[in-house]
Write a protein that binds this ligand. Structure first.
Ligand code: NAD
Ligand code: IPM
Ligand code: MN
Length: 356
């Protein structure tokens, strides 16, 4: 009997809907080709336009609605006219938090044919996976605002690092490193962040004792940023905190083909709640509505969804189709030096997948 997956689709703002349309097309082609599973997509119009009309980013019971789905696909959130700290915190960050999607898995992999600004760097030199803590840390959203709008105003932005929170993400990274036979780098900043990162380093050290077969190292985040540029080959699996992971994966995108090629999976590994798949770029207001956005990051996130459901062969086929389109050059969007539209690029990916 064919397995049917119920997927909640939140296209969101700016270029979100454009890239999402291509991601959905790709998943439908794959389901059709495979025949043993299908996708049932339900689209939710949540985002900044919704906020302007309803004064909320999603309905009050939005989380409850989403909890009935097997997975969530997200386009992008945020648009001028709604403050970012409202739009992102009440939708994207709320979903990550409330569904305990504590693993943010972001490949930083330079595909054959993708541009790299670093001289002398070959695709095999940039092949990392970032495991970003995704439920607490610097993103806890806790703090205080004292004497607002006066010349005495004081803000306190708390970072929350629990032993449990550090341990589960670090353990996830160790398991992945062990499974794939790769090295693991912990990235922290204990020299300045004398509570949070000292705990992080201590937990990393504790957990490492259970994995003698995994070769580890620890880097300070500033040195890690430098080394990602100077010697990207040195990194395989990396585990880091929420904010450091955010920043380093944009740096990663820059050396692995650009924002148009960077995807991320927000995972609840226990599958107690749905996981969410998205490109890591934003809503790109500067190019929204022009049909020139690159859909390949969103398509890559479809590959992560397929992996998560256990269809790794199809996940790999999607990556191969991206490699092929990069190699052909003809159907690339302007950010990749091409002149194709968003949907021409997505259509070509679908054609390639029909022949694989
Ligand atoms: P951005 O990622 O939207 O854009 C940065 C630059 O990259 C822009 O020049 C943009 O044109 C380009 N770019 C991004 N995606 C592209 C694509 N698919 N194809 C071609 N070019 C692409 O980041 P920003 O400008 O800092 O943020 C814009 C808005 O998006 C803000 O409201 C921000 O908070 C939000 N944001 C949302 C997410 C998300 O929903 N996951 C992620 C990052 C930023
Ligand atoms: C990302 C984004 C988000 C983050 C923003 C939009 C809140 O930059 O997914 O990388 O910081 O996690
Ligand atoms: Mn980011």
């Amino acid at each position: 009997m064919s397995k049917n997956y119920k997927i909640a689709v939140i296209p969101g703002d700016g270029i979100g809907p454009e890239v999402m349309a291509e991601c959905v097309k790709v998943l439908n082609v794959i389901a059709e080709r495979d025949g043993s599973f299908s996708f049932e997509f339900t689209t939710f119009p949540w985002g900044c336009e919704y906020y302007l009309e309803h004064k909320e980013m999603m309905p009050e019971n939005g989380i409850e609605i989403l909890s009935k789905y097997d997975a969530i696909l997200l386009g992008a959130v945020g648009y001028p006219g709604v403050p970012d700290h409202i739009s992102l915190r009440d939708l994207l960050l709320r979903i990550r938090h409330d569904f305990d999607q504590y693993v943010n898995l972001r490949p930083v992999k330079l595909l054959e044919g993708a541009p790299c600004p670093l001289e002398g760097i070959k695709p095999e030199d940039v092949d990392m996976v970032f495991i970003r803590e995704n439920s607490e840390g610097e993103y806890s959203g806790q703090g205080a605002w004292l004497y607002p709008n006066t010349d005495r105003e004081v803000v306190i932005q708390d970072g929350v690092f629990s032993r449990m929170g550090c341990e589960r993400i670090i353990r996830y990274a160790f398991e992945l490193a062990k499974k794939e036979g790769k090295t693991l780098t912990s990235i922290s900043k204990g020299n300045a962040l004398n509570y949070s990162m000292v705990l992080w380093d201590r937990v990393f050290n504790d957990v490492s004792k259970e994995y003698p077969e995994v070769q580890t190292s620890s880097l300070l985040v500033d040195a890690a940023a430098m080394n990602m540029i100077k010697n990207p080959k040195r990194f395989q699996i990396c585990v880091t905190s929420n904010l450091f992971g955010d920043i380093l994966t944009d740096l990663g995108a820059a050396i692995a083909g650009g924002m148009g090629l960077a995807a991320g999976a927000n995972l609840n590994p226990e599958k107690k709640f749905p996981s969410m798949f998205e490109p890591i770029h934003g809503s790109a207001p500067d190019i929204a509505g022009k049909q020139i956005s690159n859909p390949l990051a969103s398509v890559w996130s479809a590959s992560q969804l397929l992996d998560f459901f256990g269809y790794e062969d199809w996940g790999a086929a999607v990556i191969r189709s991206i490699e092929k389109i990069l190699h052909e050059k003809e159907y690339l969007t302007p950010d990749q030096g091409g002149s194709a539209t968003t949907s021409q690029c997505g259509d070509r990916i679908c054609e390639i997948l029909k022949t694989i």
